[in-house]
Design a protein. Structure first.
Length: 265
C-alpha cells in the first residue's frame, strides 16, 4: 500500500491551506495521505472565541454543516483524486470544541477522531476526547487504521488498545517543536509491531503569550521501526512510501505478539 504525508507551514487562512493541500495531492500517487494536526487553522489562538470562529461542525454521520469549508473541501478533494485523506481540524460539537482529525475517502466521510491528551496550553481552549473512543479502528483503503494526535502518542495505552482492536497502521497528526515525540512514535511502532505515519508541520506561530516553532521531521516507519521515508527539519514537502500491511504481529523473538499480551495483561 502506498502512503504519504504532507509536511507544510499551516496558515491562519483556510483557503490558502486548502489550496496548498490540493497542490500536493493532485500530483501524489499514494492511496492514503496524512496531513498535520489542525491543518485547517493553525495551532495558536488568543482566546476560545478565536478558536470557535475557525471551528467546523459535523452535525451527524451523514450531514455536514454547509459553513464547514475545510471539511467539505477535504471530502471533495478526496473524491476528485480518489484518495483517502486524514486531516486535522478544530471541531465544534454542541458546546464542545475538539482538536480532531477527519477521515475522507473518495468523497465520503469515514470517521472522526478526537484528541484525548491535551497540553496545558490546549486545555485553555479545547475539550478532551473520550478515551474509549480513541481506541476505535477505521476501515480506510480496505485496511484497519487508527489515529492519534500529537501528545496522545506519549501514552502507550492508546496504541496498545488500538492494536488489540485490530489496527494494522497508526496515523499520527502532530504540531510539535521538540525531538522527543519523534522517538516516542518510533518506539510505538516497534513495541506494537505496527507501521506508523507521523505528519508534523513546519513554521512558526505567535500570540501575545507564546512563540511556537514546529520542526517538521515527519516520517513513515515500518513495523520494526526502520525508516521508509523521513522529511528534513523545516522543509515543506510530501514523501511517499510503500508499506506492507498485515495482521501478523510477530518479531524475531515472539511469533504471536497478541497471545503474549493477552496472556499477561
Amino acid at each position: 500500500m502506498k502512503v504519504s504525508f504532507i509536511q507544510f507551514n499551516v496558515k491562519k487562512d483556510k483557503k490558502e491551506n486548502i489550496k496548498k493541500i490540493e497542490e500536493y495531492i493532485k500530483i501524489n500517487d499514494a492511496s492514503l495521505i496524512v496531513l498535520p494536526e489542525l491543518s485547517s487553522s493553525g495551532y495558536l489562538f488568543e482566546n476560545r472565541e478565536e478558536l470557535l470562529s475557525v471551528s467546523e461542525s459535523i452535525n451527524n454521520e451523514d450531514e455536514i454543516n454547509k459553513k464547514s469549508i475545510f471539511i467539505n473541501s477535504i471530502i471533495e478533494i478526496s473524491k476528485k483524486y480518489n484518495k483517502a485523506i486524514i486531516a486535522g481540524f478544530a471541531e465544534k460539537f454542541k458546546d464542545k470544541i475538539y482538536n480532531s482529525a477527519l477521515i475522507a475517502e473518495s468523497g465520503y466521510l469515514k470517521g472522526v477522531y478526537r484528541k484525548v491528551h491535551l497540553s496545558d496550553f490546549e486545555k485553555k481552549f479545547f475539550d478532551a476526547g473520550d478515551i474509549k473512543e480513541s481506541y476505535n479502528v477505521f476501515e480506510v483503503c480496505k485496511e484497519k487504521v487508527s489515529i492519534q494526535i500529537c501528545f496522545d502518542v506519549w501514552f502507550s495505552e492508546i496504541s496498545r488498545n488500538q492494536i488489540l482492536n485490530g489496527s494494522n497502521l497508526i496515523c499520527i497528526l502532530a504540531n510539535f517543536g521538540g525531538e522527543n515525540t519523534l522517538d516516542i512514535a518510533r518506539v510505538r511502532a516497534i513495541e506494537n509491531i505496527t507501521p506508523i505515519i507521523l505528519c508534523n508541520r513546519v513554521g512558526r506561530e505567535k500570540t501575545k503569550d507564546i512563540d511556537a516553532y514546529f520542526i517538521g521531521k515527519s516520517f513513515i516507519v515500518d513495523k520494526d521501526g526502520s525508516f521508509l521515508a523521513n522529511a528534513d527539519k523545516d522543509e515543506t514537502t510530501s514523501l511517499n512510501a510503500n508499506i506492507e500491511i498485515n495482521n501478523s504481529k510477530s518479531n524475531i523473538i515472539c511469533s504471536n505478539f497478541y497471545d503474549e499480551i493477552k496472556k499477561h495483561y
